[in-house]
Design a protein around this ligand. Structure first.
Ligand SMILES: [Zn+2]
Length: 409
């Protein structure tokens, strides 16, 4: 079937323009959100502004843009026009030529469909861009003290009288929340990727924690640290565990599922498991990196990768909603596959594109959960629906070896 006109454009424009350009063999470079590439498939110019010795590629666009422009010959267009320029020598070929353009796109892998879209398997990684950005972060001593006062997910504190019952106690509610999502408090406690914040009457919380919603404080209990691009803990996020789905006896849910410190930035910080922190510190040598969105999918991925043999586990990073740009400063190891897993809806698609644009490197795949029961699904839904499939998808393209547990579970 030929994807003429709008459908072909639609397919191509769902990918970053940098991917289309790289697959055409252009040399793509990024500086912040500015992307350049060369040579121009029409005029052949390698760089722009010959007279001013501007070394950037002849073509330029913004990372989030679907349109490019040649600074030498003024040609412009979208991803499909770029391929057409290469195949037909014009950005606007006659109708009969589009089948040829489409065939070329297919050969380049530009029309592969989900799951496991390969964004850029052969493109050379651009040179690292050194940037210095500063963020207003939570005071480190207060953050450390709060994290140290937090309880492990398996805690049975003497003051938490009903902890062994299902729900209705401070720590028990967190375990209900996790178990309802197919998560295992014991495994996650062993990884120390999340903890239970203490009740407000047992800890003098700093004013930046829930200053606006003191009454909601008890509900945000399940917490994880976030790390900056160098692996330093910089912030904390907590999840409302009194979710009516998990705990029908709970009071109505608050407006926001998660809470962040007030007056400080969580932007450009990431959840990371132990291997994820190695990635951030630049010392990771394992088979691949998995990037997911949000706290619960981060915990889900962190738990799933424990099913691989130690030493052959992918590292897990979780991006805090809306901060995919955090990844621009992360030094991912060369040549290591990176799988990006987001929700299977339009915001998830946009988010995946944001991650790909921010990272822009070779060997990236976007993994999309299948619709489960005809609905929007995330990794946590996938885990409950088909654990093996979710696991296989996470490690897609990585040489990971499943861990055979000595005792069957
Ligand atoms: Zn040109």
């Amino acid at each position: 079937m030929t994807l003429r006109g709008p459908r072909l454009f639609d397919q191509l424009n769902r990918r970053p323009l940098s991917d289309v350009a790289a697959r055409l063999g252009l040399n793509v470079q990024r500086r912040g959100s500015a992307v350049s590439a060369g040579p121009c498939p029409l005029c052949g110019a390698v760089t722009r502004h010959t007279k001013t010795k501007d070394k950037r590629g002849a073509l330029g666009w913004r990372a989030e843009s679907q349109g490019w422009k040649c600074f030498q010959c003024e040609a412009h267009g979208d991803g499909a026009a770029l391929v057409a320029a290469r195949v037909c020598g014009t950005t606007n070929p006659p109708r009969g030529k589009w089948a040829e353009v489409e065939r070329h796109c297919r050969e380049l892998g530009l029309l592969e469909s989900v799951p496991g879209v390969v964004f850029a398997p052969t493109a050379p990684a651009p040179p690292p861009v050194v940037k210095v950005k500063t963020y207003n972060r939570t005071p480190a001593p207060e953050l450390r003290a709060l994290w140290e006062a937090a309880l492990p997910l398996t805690a049975v504190p003497p003051w938490d009288a009903d902890v062994r019952s299902w729900g209705g106690s401070w720590c028990g509610d967190v375990r209900v929340f996790l178990t309802f999502r197919g998560l295992d408090p014991l495994t996650l406690a062993g990884l120390d990727v999340a903890r239970i914040l203490p009740p407000p009457e047992r800890y003098a919380f700093p004013s930046w924690w829930l200053g606006k919603w003191p009454k909601a404080r008890p509900f945000y209990r399940l917490a994880a640290l976030t790390f900056d691009a160098t692996g330093e803990p910089v912030c904390i996020q907590a999840r409302d565990v009194a979710d009516p789905r998990a705990n029908p006896a709970a009071p109505p849910s608050r407006d926001l599922k998660t809470n962040n410190p007030e007056g400080f930035q969580i932007a450009a910080s990431l959840f990371a498991d132990a291997l994820g922190r190695e990635v951030l510190r630049g010392s990771y040598t394992g088979p691949g990196v998995v990037i997911v969105e949000g706290l619960t999918d981060f915990l889900t991925a962190a738990q799933l990768v424990t099913e691989f043999r130690p030493g052959a586990r992918p590292a897990v990073l979780g991006v805090v909603s809306g901060s995919a740009a955090a990844l621009e400063d992360v030094r991912l190891p060369e040549g290591v596959p990176v799988n990006v897993l987001t929700d299977n809806d339009t915001p998830g698609d946009d988010y995946a594109r944001g991650v790909v644009d921010a990272l822009w490197r070779s060997g990236m795949r976007r993994i999309r959960p299948p619709p489960i029961g005809g609905k929007k699904a995330d990794l946590s839904d996938w885990l409950k629906h088909d654990r093996r499939a979710a696991l296989a998808a996470l490690s897609h393209g990585m040489e990971v070896v499943p861990y055979v547990a000595p005792v069957s579970r």
